[in-house]
Design a protein around this ligand. Structure first.
Ligand code: ATP
Ligand code: MG
Length: 317
């Protein structure tokens, strides 16, 4: 089976217990939960039985070991996660507003996550990789952008493929080197996985079909637009395939996009038809939102298939 690799931040997430709670006053918190978009992605892929490894850095502390142990238990290759003495693992503290929006207090760049590097273990991991996944959230400094470039080049040289989840806020576009980096990543992308308005960050068109056409004309072979509870739409040169989402009670939306992407890319790498890859990905995304904590809803293939058998789907988009 093809091996996929991702590089980027490992974090713990600690969340406010009550909706509407503010961090400008003391209050009850829950966590730590293992987190970080690249870690969520790799953990979900591994749970589906895909060989998957992560290039990352944590501190030699409980938060770091919590993440490493979860990834190890779920079958991920953790050989390229370095443990730094004297640096603390990255954190994200989250509050939820009553309108569903989230506010984050991050410590990523200044944490062990900022010490990620292309060490000997990372090179060995990439030498055995068939696919590299780029997370927009991980392109937060020139050093990590360089790691993404290395990863892309390593798999492309070996005839491998690249996927890209932009997961990017418009304000991030003005960070030093970001526009060049995104241009480079897009020029190498085979599978593009934007959600909502992210598609239009990269295209001139203002409607979905035209924006997708622009991206396909740039040489991206597969585009999957994630639509939250409404499911997802797949586009390639042979057309459009839309699949509705599964009906679940949303407890915590964080991580759904990463679980969805991991499942879609894993089944795309297995050569499955778009319908099948989308169905499994919608199943993983739906299960992800049913639990508090970004990795707590990650399920094995057997569990996802059983869920899909009995779950109800919403309206088609
Ligand atoms: P993230 O917040 O992780 O960045 P995203 O914006 O990248 O998420 P979404 O479109 O929110 O991605 O979710 C990805 C997929 O997860 C959806 O396409 C869908 O399959 C599933 N999903 C998300 N939210 C729900 C929900 N409330 N009910 C059912 N399925 C959902
Ligand atoms: Mg996203």
């Amino acid at each position: 089976m093809k091996k996929l690799v991702c590089a980027g931040e490992i974090l713990v997430e600690i969340m406010a217990e009550r909706i509407g709670q503010s961090f400008r006053a003391p209050g009850p918190l829950v966590g730590p939960f293992p987190s970080g978009a690249p870690a969520i992605f790799i953990d979900q892929a591994a749970r589906l039985g895909q060989p998957a490894g992560l290039i990352a850095a944590v501190g030699d502390d409980d938060f770091g070991h919590l993440n490493i142990e979860r990834l190890r238990a779920d079958g991920a290759d953790i050989s390229a996660i370095t443990v730094h003495q004297g640096a603390a693992t990255g954190t994200a503290f989250v509050t939820y507003e009553s309108d569903g929006s989230r506010h984050f207090v991050y410590n990523i760049k200044q944490s062990a996550a900022g010490l990620i590097e292309m060490g000997a273990e990372a090179r060995v991991l990439l030498a055995g990789a068939d696919h590299f996944h780029v997370m927009g959230t991980s392109l937060f400094s020139p050093e990590v952008i360089e790691i993404a470039r290395n990863g892309i080049e390593a798999v492309k040289t070996r005839g491998g493929t690249v996927s890209f989840d932009p997961n990017i806020r418009k304000e991030m576009l003005d960070l030093p080197g970001m526009r060049d980096a995104l241009h480079f990543v897009l020029s190498k992308t085979d599978v593009f996985l934007p959600s909502g308005a992210e598609l239009f960050t990269f295209a001139d068109a203002t409607d979905e079909e035209s924006a997708v056409r622009e991206m396909l004309d740039r040489g991206i072979s597969t585009i999957v637009v994630k639509k939250g509870a409404q499911g997802a739409v797949h586009y390639d040169q042979s057309g459009r395939t839309a699949l509705p989402g599964f009906v679940v009670e949303e407890i915590d939306p964080t991580g759904a996009g990463d679980c969805f992407a991991a499942a879609f890319v894993s089944f795309w790498l297995r050569g499955e038809a778009p319908e099948k890859a989308l169905r499994i990905a919608n199943g993983c995304g739906a299960l992800a939102v049913t639990k508090k904590g970004p990795m707590e809803g990650i399920a094995s293939l057997v569990t996802v298939e059983a869920f899909i058998e009995t779950a109800r789907t919403g309206a088609l988009v």
